[in-house]
Design a protein around this ligand. Sequence first.
Ligand code: GAR
Length: 197
Amino acid sequence: MLRIGVMVSGGGTNLQAVMDAMDSGRITNTELAVVISNNANAYALERARLRGIEAVCISPKDYGSRDAFNEAFLAKVDGYHLDLIVLAGFLVAIPEAMTRKYEGRIINIHPSLIPSFCGKGYYGLKVHEAALARGVKVTGATVHYVDSGMDTGPIILQKAVEVKKGDTPEILQKRVMEEAEWVILPQAIHMIANQLV
Ligand code: GAR
């Protein structure tokens, strides 16, 4: 049984997709131990509670320094003895000590076809704004392992999504979530849980 923790900052639609896939059997051999957010108001925490999943908040704002937060964050995560950490819209940089300790055991979903539109400053709607500004005709999403860089770790899965005439960043974001993110994130977890990757 793969013991996972999901890290979130916002609405948690990817978390929802993971929980739904666990219920429907599209993800097997997996146990969701905890959902962790840096933002106490994240609706994702509510989604977890509604499923009876432990939902906790740990915020950099509650610590005197980034180092103090990073240390507490790592200690908190360690306490759950996770096999896999899933970053699903988690907008806090993962401390280097954590990427080192959990090498090969942290994955992230990113809303573009990496290496396009990724790295510093590219998150959420900004990714789709940049893609539309560049005039790309195809975008998509990527699940990758997390290393000490930003969006630089080995790619596990990607799925392409068509950009359509008249798309706004919001419309494109929704299509990328529905057609790509909510599909490949559960798929990647299932593959890891069943040694298919
Ligand atoms: C998702 O689109 C995810 O790919 C993105 O944040 C959104 C979170 O939505 N992550 C990044 O941009 C990371 N660089 P959600 O809370 O509804 O799952």
